[in-house]
Every structure is written in C-alpha cells, then in structure tokens.
Design a protein around this ligand. Sequence first.
Ligand code: FES
Ligand code: FES
Length: 163
Amino acid sequence: IRHGIRFYVGNECHTLADVAPTRTLLDWLREDRGLTGTKEGCNEGDCGACTVLVVRLEGDRLVWRAVNACIQFVSMLDGAQVLTIEDMRAPDGSLHPVQQAMVDQHGSQCGFCTPGFVMSMVAGRKADGLAQDEHAIDDMLAGNLCRCTGYAPIVRAMRQAMQ
Ligand code: FES
Ligand code: FES
C-alpha cells in the first residue's frame, strides 16, 4: 500500500506523505520549491497570474490543462505532471516559441502577468484544432488579466506562436 501522493514537477518526481488537504499548489511551488516564476495575484482564481500546466494521461493520450495554481490543491495531483514557467526554456537556454513570440510582439510590460499568459498560450497550442481567429484566442486567454498591455500585443504573440 502506498501512502501519500506522487506527481512530477517538470522532470522531478515528488512523493508527499503528509500534505495538508488545503495546501495550494501555488503556495507549495513558491514556498516549498522556491519556484517563484508562478505569480500570486488575486489568490482566488480570477487573474490567471498563477497559471501552470497540469498534464495527465487520459485513456491513451496526454491532456494538457491550464490551471490556476492558487485554487488547485496539491492533494489532488496524484499521477499528474505539473509544468511551470521554469520548465518552458529549452536546456540550451533558448526560449519557448510562445516566449519568443511575446518578446517579438512586445507582449510584456511590467511582466507580472507574463508567466501566466505564457502557460495559457502553451496549453492553447496543445489544444486540438484551436482556430486562429481572434475570438478563439480571446476565449483561450479570457482567464488571464493584464493591466499594462491592452491585450493586443499578447493576441498578436499568440497568433505568431500558432504559425
Ligand atoms: Fe489570481 Fe491565481 S493568483 S488566479
Ligand atoms: Fe503588466 Fe501584464 S504586463 S500586468
């Protein structure tokens, strides 16, 4: 019998024998793992600053979901892989195509929202058949708020990243 939960963060496997049922993934990433690229904005599921990817094997395929880490309990992650903004850069240091598109299209100003947008965009690229039209991209990014850019450069970045 195995007690506790086991999941991956990036390529690192974690087995937690004793985690409080209400410990959030956001707090665990930032406080226990020191992964501060995932930001805390509202801390109640509204702003998207804390977006990470939760990857699960469902049937015979991997399903990638953008998830608000501030309302995701660690105790529900058994068997999953969590990917954070720290996992997006390639081993040679080059940026993920979504990150490069954000640079090219000036999609980041203060930068606080940027990791969350990048993670939602990466999930969007993985979605089957996501149309490239503005409305589909708007819908996909609707859970992420930005106070600086006016969104247009971010939508342009997403369009570039989809090409
Ligand atoms: Fe705002 Fe999580 S911190 S949605
Ligand atoms: Fe400042 Fe989006 S770049 S909140």
